[in-house]
Design a binder for this molecule. Structure first.
Ligand code: THU
Length: 141
């Protein structure tokens, strides 16, 4: 089964609604597709102390992993300032979120879909956005 990119994009746009972002006013919504077929939504959750802020991508990953899903096909990401009606630019995942993706996802297969609207998408593989990433293979335990 391939990814329904438009459906994932729609769910990412919808997830922006729940963004808790009173400090940046930048709303991020994501939809993460697990290999089971289940989709996990996520949004950014900010904090008055700033550094505890969690990005939308990590919210979705941590929801999924905490529910027992640890293998994934792809993620759609949408972001915009709260006062903008439409998404202006593609929202690319931060370095910390790319590292979380690398913990659970295949660099050659995991698809990262950046969303402007249901039609305008950009698609990357994890290996394109995190070349030479640090992975658990490098730790001898
Ligand atoms: N943010 C995300 O949720 N995901 C990203 O990929 C980039 C940034 C959030 C963090 C913060 O709440 C706001 O966007 C502004 O940086």
């Amino acid at each position: 089964m391939d990814i329904d990119r438009r459906d994932l994009a729609k769910k990412a746009i919808e997830a922006m609604e729940y963004s808790y972002s009173p400090y940046s006013n930048f709303t991020v919504g994501v939809a993460l597709l697990g290999k089971s077929g289940k989709v996990y939504s996520g949004c950014n959750v900010e904090n008055a102390a700033y550094s505890p802020t969690n990005c939308g991508e990590r919210t979705a990953f941590f929801k999924a992993v905490s529910e027992g899903e640890t293998e994934f096909k792809g993620i759609a990401i949408a972001g915009k300032s709260r006062d903008q009606k439409e998404i202006q630019d593609f929202c690319s995942p931060c370095g910390v979120c790319r590292q979380v993706m690398a913990e659970f996802c295949s660099p050659e297969e995991f698809k990262i879909i950046l969303v402007k609207n249901e039609q305008e998408l950009q698609e990357y593989l994890l290996k394109d956005l995190l070349p030479l990433g640090f992975t658990k293979d490098q730790i001898s335990i």
